[in-house]
Design a protein around this ligand. Structure first.
Ligand code: FES
Length: 378
């Protein structure tokens, strides 16, 4: 039973908001799926969202419930043309519906994984995935009033947050501004309209770059700018901003907000550029055997390999044929987060780990180099 989630129904007002914004709310001891653990998912349903976007719904092979924070992503892996390909996808379903988990994927020209999913994934097909990860969640900025900004398939983590907030009956003050190329490209359009009917405090504004074939499009045409924002969300400076979309969109929006006086500490953006997620980095050359100075032991699997300090732990593990969860390989996404049980590393990350996680002994393997022998919780 989802005891922690059930407790969200107790209390009113800010107490309920705090619970929505607390990572502990979403932790269920009986169902936690660590992000270093790869499991098998079974596709239960595929549905078309737009002409090039599909939602893939999964359950676990062993019947376990899903536990994650709204806004998190997971790394899925598949054998494609004889190569293991991994990609990060944000979860579009809310944690309040723990029997299923969905990702919503846009088919991108030349995109290896997105095309493979669109062509091969159907009910009954299995997929490997590492547990949910990421810090782009309501717990990074608890607030009574939020502004969700998204473009393209960046809508997915914000959809998870919106669905979760409404499932919990929070009646949160959310303004959701989504940008799309044309009206035909708007993802979750009908559902968002329906959710507005459920909560009077949810407002959704769609902005289209062009009216497309919908002659009856009466919404704003163009790109998100200060004039549009002032017109539709005049109190935007009072809101906690969560933004997800292509890097250019996020950069421009951030500048617009900062220039117009929005408090930068109340701005949160997805930390990896999911739209351009690329294959896992190629294995860098390993140091000659004679230079291998440190031993790395994986406590759970009992595997062991040697490496020197010129490599990251992730690169050395790959070279040794030891699979570790990873995605961005740049210290951004948090997928490779692992507890160091013994020994020490030097880590230079790019925001993929929280200070409190570092205090608890977690490190990102893609940007950590050993300074002693290591024992890892893997
Ligand atoms: Fe993304 Fe390490 S793989 S932080």
């Amino acid at each position: 039973m989802n005891v922690a989630a059930d407790s969200c129904f107790i209390g009113q007002g800010s107490e309920m908001v705090d619970r929505f914004s607390s990572a502990s709310t979403w932790e269920r001891a009986d169902a936690r799926w660590p992000n270093h653990e790869q499991r098998t998912l079974i596709c239960t349903r595929v549905s078309d969202e737009t002409h090039d976007v599909r939602t893939f719904v999964f359950s676990t092979a062993d019947g376990q419930l899903f536990s994650f924070e709204p806004g998190q992503f997971m790394t899925v892996s598949a054998q494609i043309d004889g190569k293991e390909i991994s990609r990060c996808y944000t979860i579009s379903s809310p944690p309040t519906r723990p029997y299923a988990l969905s990702i919503t994927v846009k088919r991108t020209p030349g995109g290896v994984m997105s095309n493979w999913l669109h062509e091969n994934m159907k009910a009954g097909v299995e997929l490997k995935a590492f547990g949910p990860s990421g810090v782009f969640t309501p717990s990074s900025g608890p607030a009574l009033k939020s502004l969700y900004l998204s473009a393209g398939s960046g809508v997915t983590p914000l959809m998870s947050m919106t669905r979760a907030a409404l499932d919990l009956g929070l009646n949160r003050d959310i303004v959701f501004v989504h940008s799309a190329r044309t009206p035909e490209d708007i993802i979750f359009r009908k559902e968002l309209a329906a959710l507005c009917g459920v909560s009077g405090k949810l407002r959704v504004i769609h902005i289209c770059e062009a009216p497309g074939n919908k002659a009856d499009w009466s919404g704003p045409v163009g790109r998100l700018d200060l004039e549009l924002l002032m017109e539709h969300v005049p109190d935007f400076r009072d809101r906690e901003v969560f933004i997800c979309g292509p890097a250019g969109y996020m950069d421009a929006s951030r500048k617009m907000l900062v220039d117009s006086g929005h408090d930068a500490s109340r701005y949160h953006q997805e930390s990896f550029n999911f739209a351009e997620t690329v294959e896992c980095a190629e294995q860098p050359a390993c140091a000659p055997a004679g230079q291998a100075g440190y031993t790395v032991r994986l406590a759970r699997s009992g595997r062991e390999f040697t490496m020197d300090a010129s490599q990251t732990v992730l690169a050395a593990a790959r070279k040794a044929g030891v699979p570790l969860p990873s995605s961005c390989s740049q210290g951004i996404c948090g997928t490779c987060k692992t507890r160091v049980l013994e020994g020490s590393v030097e880590m230079k990350h790019n925001g993929g780990i929280r200070p409190r996680e570092i205090e608890k002994g977690m490190r990102l393997m893609c940007c950590s180099r050993p300074t002693s022998d290591l024992v890892l919780d893997l």
